[in-house]
Ligand binder design. Structure first.
Ligand code: CA
Length: 227
């Protein structure tokens, strides 16, 4: 396989799928397209994309299920396409594990910018990593290998969930505002996407324990020191 960055576009509306695929190809990405849930999972396995652009409403099974099944096999960043803002709110509330959300209709320029931002974060070198693993309570966090164990068992985190955890860990005991987290983890300069932060905090709590991350109402979040 060549070393171009591969993107899998999962979208059942042919016009949108083609427009996105054409634009990404013009930007130099390798592109593959799937039009329903089952073929999305199959293509993700065969094509090994670096990122998936994933529509929520799909024939077969929906984007949430695609996300779950794909992530269970191999962590891959997901940018979710939603039909409306309230759909984004719903998904954020569920803590689906997408790395970012773009609401339709979107401009190709915006989509490409968001894709590049997600990829930048994921490809960030491990130089920020501390040596060895850090222990917090029942958790063991290895920043070099980007792995987390809970009670000795490996926990799967999406790339963004891991970045968020690492950011909180670097600032352990300090309260970080949503805007700061958004900037440091998502590379977003404006604070318009703070609910994405809430979604990922929720996912981390579900996977790593409810007590790990403290909410400071009206301020933000902080990672608690080991008890
Ligand atoms: Ca659709």
């Amino acid at each position: 396989m060549s070393n171009e960055t591969r993107v899998l576009v999962v979208e059942d509306e042919p016009t949108i799928a083609r427009a996105v695929a054409d634009r990404l190809a013009a930007e130099g990405f390798g592109v593959d397209v799937a039009g329903d849930g089952p073929s999305a999972v199959e293509r993700a396995r065969a094509y090994e994309p670096h990122l998936i652009v994933l529509d929520v409403m799909l024939p077969g099974f929906d984007g949430l299920e695609v996300c779950r099944r794909v992530q269970a096999e191999r962590p891959v960043p997901v940018l979710m396409l939603t039909a409306r803002d309230d759909e984004t709110d719903l998904l954020v509330g569920l803590g689906v594990g997408a790395d970012d959300y773009v609401t339709k209709p979107f401009s190709m320029r915006e989509l490409v910018a968001r894709i590049r931002a997600v990829l930048r974060r994921v490809e960030r070198p491990a130089m920020e990593a501390a040596d060895g693993a850090t222990r917090i309570g029942e958790l063991e966090i290895d920043q070099r290998a980007r792995r987390v164990r809970r009670d000795g068992r490996e926990v799967h985190l999406t790339p963004t969930e891991f970045d968020l955890l690492a950011c909180l860990l670097r600032n352990q005991g300090t309260v970080l505002t949503r805007a700061v987290l958004l900037e440091q983890v998502w590379d977003w300069a404006d604070a318009s996407g703070t609910r994405v932060v809430d979604s990922h905090v929720k996912a981390l709590r579900r996977k790593l324990g409810q007590e790990l991350i403290r909410t400071v109402h009206g301020v933000g979040y902080s990672l608690e020191a080991a008890p």
